[in-house]
Design a protein around this ligand. Sequence first.
Ligand code: HEM
Length: 133
Amino acid sequence: MKKLAALFLFLAMSVQAQNVRALKDVMEDMGSAYKIVTLNVTLGNLGPKTQSESDTIVKTIRESMNIMPDTILSLPNIEQEAAKQSYLKHLKEAESLAIELNNAIKSQDSAKAKDLVQKLNASKKSGHKEFKN
Ligand code: HEM
């Protein structure tokens, strides 16, 4: 009995150590940051708040790479690997756009930032079309 309790404790601690959040929560954070960045970039405000929210977009995109969506987990095993590669490809594209956006904001390049906000929106739409229920 003690061994069983120890095993449960060990498993609970391992799960906590991985500290993996639900994709929904990560995407929620990405969505809030993206809203603020979009609004501020439209207004031409590339200040510290816009910069830090833009950092959050990059961070949450990276975090999403470690969490598979339900739309992939519910596929037959044989289809999961290809879907996972496609998911990562979408996120890598979003990541490179978010890094470019981050650089444009930090260098106060408003025109470039506006363009990249649009491109990131297109990347989001195509990711959601393929993987979001
Ligand atoms: C700037 C880019 C993106 C933004 C701002 C964004 C934002 C969001 C938001 C607000 C949600 C809804 C969260 C909720 O249910 O409350 C969501 C869900 C989701 N997004 Fe994104 N997203 C982006 C890019 C992507 C990309 C590139 C992918 C796929 C490669 C993706 C995959 C998903 C999936 C699978 C869900 C459903 C999560 C779940 O409920 O389990 N997203 N996203």
